[in-house]
Design a protein around this ligand. Sequence first.
Ligand code: MN3
Length: 230
Amino acid sequence: MPPFALCTRIGLSVLGAALPVIASAQFALPALPYAPEALEPHIDKVTMEIHHGRHHKAYVDNLNTQAKTTPELANLSLEQLQKQISRYPVAVRNNGGGHYNHDLFWTLMAPAGQGGVPSAALTKAVDDTFGSLAEMKKRFDQAALGRFGSGWAWLIVTPEGKLAITSTPNQDNPLMDLPEIQRGTPILGLDVWEHAYYLKYQNKRSEYATQWWNVVNWKEVSRRYEATLR
Ligand code: MN3
């Protein structure tokens, strides 16, 4: 669990013991796990500030608005929500997916040089599946570049325990119970919406995807991979 995951839902009961127990928890914007400039020069400070403080915040705010009319949303963890997203309107899919995807994305990056390397277990799985880390990155980049319009590229662990690369449109993700989605547990994801790179890279999504590998947090990716083995 990322260090801030416990803060992603805030119960109203903290407002005072005199209140009756109210079930309406809220979704909350997690703090970035590093300073907004920490990923420079690969991801610039202003992009991070806008991406986190405005785009991600908007998904959270919208989801909280939707939770007012659909109170059961507030009783679901973010992961639970993804896994039953087909029950809800597309606005919940977009904003609930947006919240989950970004909550995950921040943890998958670290300042260059601080993200470590893939663990032995992850390295073996990558080699067994793709032949090499370089080949995995190549196919991942193909998924990122091949996604028309806005969306995400993913490295997932399938229900059979295998690694696979996939991509989703918009704010969909591989946890969602939707027929068009290749399902699995995401352990690495790249946001290829233009808001993630346009200020620094303009239309050059390929250059953004290439530079992004410098700030991948392999410690966290490895941890997430190994969690799927248990
Ligand atoms: Mn984004």
